[in-house]
Design a protein around this ligand. Structure first.
Ligand SMILES: NC(=O)c1ccc[n+]([C@@H]2O[C@H](COP(=O)([O-])OP(=O)(O)OC[C@H]3O[C@@H](n4cnc5c(N)ncnc54)[C@H](O)[C@@H]3O)[C@@H](O)[C@H]2O)c1
Ligand SMILES: [Zn+2]
Length: 345
């Protein structure tokens, strides 16, 4: 498992960490926002000769074209097998920068400095790397762990509130699948102001515990996908439209649909279903789904990487804090869960 450091002095901690490593060159990959808001906080810790690359921010750029530009940059700058890449940014930067590093010359080392809440509690831990392809989320990728993950909640100060809210969905998920006390401690009203560092540490501990037990997702790790089968389908469907959804916003819809399926298939109680729905609705509101979108969204669920052959497999809740996996769900049931979401007011 990668080394995870919670830092309140990012520049000093990074400098110390780099001081212990042997590397020929350092390259920093970031996006157009983190290059402005986050790079200044680490610049001092880097050797003068460090090279930087910033791509245009956004999920729409997590694709092969951007990878191609990154690999080209690495080649022109002469990165060799002993080079070190630092991914400074949200989940898009971590997934794509890591993927480029893990494949360049059959793999060079990289570290993650996640700067969005979502990437701090989820994306930067666990070694899943990848890019979107032909409209399918995370369709091409590898499992490779970073050398280290350095997490500082100070970066959250410049993160837009919608992005903070997006990351909060993964935190809610962690409570739902693994720890009901944690879930019940999470704020609904005033969720913007919380002891983030403490929450991030708890969420990372949950993710880490699950990933360590099942690194390659042959079983238990699938519970981290709660809300994601339907959620990813929504995210993919709206990826290139004007009302596109942030990852966490899509997962919030997915968690409502999948809580409904949990109630129907695994006996999640009515009270708990209601509690989950109310919480997510009051934080994320209600998204308007066009009727004509539903069949395409169901179709997209079948592209999910958890599926084996024809059946669509879900991770569903038995109760809050307890999640089961490999639950096969029929298309009609998925449709019913989306109609349930639509019927909420
Ligand atoms: N690998 C995994 O296990 C895993 C898990 C969950 C999500 N993901 C992936 O992560 C991605 C979503 O991550 P994300 O929400 O971090 O997206 P992101 O990387 O696009 O970041 C969100 C936005 O916030 C900006 N930003 C980030 N940090 C900032 C800061 N400190 N100040 C100001 N702006 C900042 C970014 O520039 C971007 O515009 C998706 O592609 C998803 O598939 C991967
Ligand atoms: Zn997610």
């Amino acid at each position: 498992m990668e080394f995870i450091l919670f830092s309140s002095r990012i520049s000093e901690d990074l400098k110390n960490y780099l001081g212990q490593l042997n590397y020929s060159q350092i390259g920093v990959i970031m996006d157009s926002n983190t290059s402005i808001h986050c790079y200044p906080s680490i610049a001092e810790a880097l050797p003068i000769a460090a090279k930087i690359y910033a791509f245009p921010a956004g999920e729409a750029n997590k694709n092969l074209e951007t990878c191609s530009l990154i690999w080209k940059w690495m080649t022109i700058e002469g990165f060799d097998r002993k080079s070190l890449i630092i991914n400074l940014g949200g989940g898009v930067t971590g997934d794509m920068g890591g993927f480029c590093a893990a494949t360049y010359k059959r793999g060079i080392r990289f570290i993650n400095i996640p700067t969005s809440l979502l990437s701090q509690v989820d994306a930067s831990v666990g070694g899943k790397l990848g890019i979107d392809f032909h409209g399918y989320k995370n369709h091409i990728g590898v499992f490779t762990e970073p050398e280290a993950v350095i997490i500082s909640d100070l970066f959250l100060k410049t993160l837009p509130e919608t992005e903070l809210r997006s990351g909060y969905a993964e935190i809610i998920k962690h409570g739902l699948i693994r720890n009901s006390n944690y879930f019940h401690c999470l704020k609904v009203e005033g969720w913007q102001n919380q002891p983030w560092r403490d929450i991030i540490e708890k969420s990372v501990a949950i993710k880490k515990e699950v990933v360590e037990k099942d690194p390659k997702e042959s079983g238990l790790r699938k519970i981290l996908n709660f809300g994601h089968t339907v959620g990813h389908a929504f995210e993919s469907y709206y990826l290139n439209s004007s009302d596109h959804l942030l990852h966490g916003e899509a997962i919030a819809i997915g968690m409502i649909c999948e809580a409904y399926l949990s109630h129907k298939k695994l006996g999640l109680s009515h009270e708990e279903l209601n509690e989950i729905v109310q919480m997510l609705k009051s934080i994320y509101g209600k998204f308007n789904i066009q009727k004509e979108a539903i069949s395409s969204i169901i179709e997209l669920c079948s592209q999910d990487k958890k599926n084996e052959g024809k059946t669509i497999n879900f991770s569903l809740l038995k109760q809050i804090g307890d999640c089961d996996y490999n639950i096969s769900v029929k298309n009609e049931e998925i449709e019913e869960s989306i109609l349930f979401y639509q019927s909420l007011n």
